[in-house]
Write a protein that binds this ligand. Structure first.
Ligand code: DQQ
Length: 471
């Protein structure tokens, strides 16, 4: 597709009021996990799980986009496609890219069409990361270690270097025991030796299968992030913070990275030494509606990870996002009346602080219809410490998901609740006090959009910016 065709397609879909304008998604079709994220010659490369054949999961390729500022993205040609009658015939599943002294090397999981055989493969790129040649001796790892006691779930290589040694972490499980991340080692990226499970999760708490592992040093600690299947229906992203000794991870803390729609995050270290995180946000509507829309899935705004003084995981959108801020409004609680609806918009950044009393429930309704009946409610309860979202549609619609979801978020003594909300079409990202994250989807039937504050007496300050489109 030519550059002109791509921008025509983007332009055509941009009138869809559910479509995000300042988050990355491909011109059309399906996107899921971020893959191979790397800063290469100064530019940020985002590869991703992509189906060129429609807005549904299938025939998975690696799509490719590049950015200078983590905000504006340029679409590049598809990086890698399945090869018929080969180890990756059924799809190029998730993985990572490393810099092998100037040569980019990609690691991915090649799958059979039924996804029941998953093998780890390598591809070697040109110096612009545009063209990739598959390694002729693929796979580099053919099957899970015997300790797994199963042969299906084994994917999403995360590769890094420590001194002269390469390590690879794979998402998997130990049958009947729980999700697991298996650690391998190599001197040449071609021959891999199995070491041991880096960590095995608790079946009840941490899920049956782990996918898309990430493992990295942050401050003085090590962080493991995994995307887990808890049961086979829901999926949750978990993080663990701890120490790393003798190829084993010793977790000291664990938490939920986000609730519900955010999945398969992938991180990399950039040239400024920042740990940048990307993630897929799935849709919250039926597959039929996704196919009809012609697009499905979106990436979060890249977030910078850090640890606070208490070694809690913190995340903030990359600050370059501020360049999109336009028209600004500022309020204090006394300027607003409870129940007021004020005209808002579908692409906004919002920062609010609330003073929480033990019995208070504070928050806001966003994307509210003119009659006030359709809205996404974001609340925080001083009693239960739950940060929650509820979706209120004007009428019952079986094709839209409505289950409430949220996360427990404890405030320190005297700490204000700080909500950072990014609203972009049907996508809403909420980060509280930089350390609790709830990402969700909402598809109102009406196009107009208002804001309503819940408990204006607890509102300290509110800033709202109109956000420009990145296309
Ligand atoms: N998505 C990929 C897999 C990964 C899953 C397939 C997580 O590699 O385990 O598209 O969303």
């Amino acid at each position: 597709m030519t550059r002109e065709n791509i921008s025509a397609l983007r332009h055509q879909l941009s009138s869809d009021h559910h479509r995000p304008h300042f988050h990355y998604l491909p011109p059309s079709n399906w996107i899921n996990d971020p893959n191979g994220v790397i800063q290469w010659n100064g530019r940020y490369h985002l590869f991703y799980q992509y189906n060129p054949n429609g807005a549904f999961h299938g025939t998975i390729h690696w799509g490719h986009a590049v950015s200078d500022d983590l905000v504006h993205w340029e679409d590049l040609p598809v990086a890698l496609a399945p090869t018929p009658n080969s180890v990756d015939e059924g799809g190029i599943f998730s993985g990572s890219i490393v810099d092998d002294d100037g040569t980019p090397k990609m690691f991915y999981t090649g799958v059979t069409p039924d996804y029941l055989v998953q093998k780890q493969c390598m591809a070697i790129g040109d110096t612009d990361l545009i063209t990739w040649e598959k390694y002729p001796d693929n796979p580099v790892i053919a099957e899970p270690p015997a300790v797994s006691h199963q042969s299906v779930e084994f994917r999403d290589p995360f590769v890094w270097r420590e001194d002269d040694t390469w390590y690879m972490l794979l998402g998997s499980c130990i049958k009947g025991v729980g999700g697991a991340a298996f650690l391998y080692r190599s001197n040449d990226l071609e021959n891999w030796e199995y070491l041991n499970p880096l960590m095995v999760g608790d079946l009840a708490r941490n899920g049956v299968i782990w996918e898309c592992p990430n493992f990295f040093k942050l401050g003085e600690k090590w962080v493991l992030i995994i995307s887990s299947h808890i049961g086979y229906t829901t999926a949750t992203v978990l993080y663990f913070i701890g120490d790393y000794k003798n190829h084993r991870f010793i977790p000291e803390k664990e938490g939920v990275l986000d609730a519900a729609y955010f999945y398969a995050p992938l991180t990399h270290l950039d040239e400024q030494g920042r740990r940048i995180m990307y993630a897929w946000v799935r849709e919250g509507r039926s597959e039929a509606l996704q196919r009809e829309a012609g697009w499905s899935g979106v990436q979060i705004v890249p977030r910078v990870l850090s640890l606070d003084r208490q070694n809690r995981l913190q995340m903030e959108p990359a600050e370059t996002l501020e360049q999109l801020r336009g028209e600004h409004q500022h309020f204090t609680g006394d300027m607003l009346t409870e129940g007021d609806l004020f005209v808002f918009g579908r692409h906004r950044e919002l920062k609010a602080t609330f003073d929480i009393k033990a019995n208070s429930e504070v928050g806001m309704d966003v994307l509210v219809s003119s009659d006030g009946r359709e809205f996404l409610r974001i609340t925080y309860s001083g009693n239960s410490h739950a940060l929650r979202v509820e979706r209120h549609y004007a009428f019952e619609d079986q094709s839209l998901e409505t289950i409430d979801h949220g996360i427990i978020h404890h405030l320190d003594e005297g700490e204000l609740l700080d909500l950072h909300v990014l609203i972009d079409g049907s996508l809403v990202e909420i980060i509280a006090n930089k350390r609790a994250s709830v990402t969700t989807r909402f598809y109102p039937h009406q196009t107009e959009s208002h804001l309503r504050i819940i408990d204006t007496s607890a509102l300290v300050e509110l800033d709202i910016w109109k956000m420009a489109s990145i296309w």
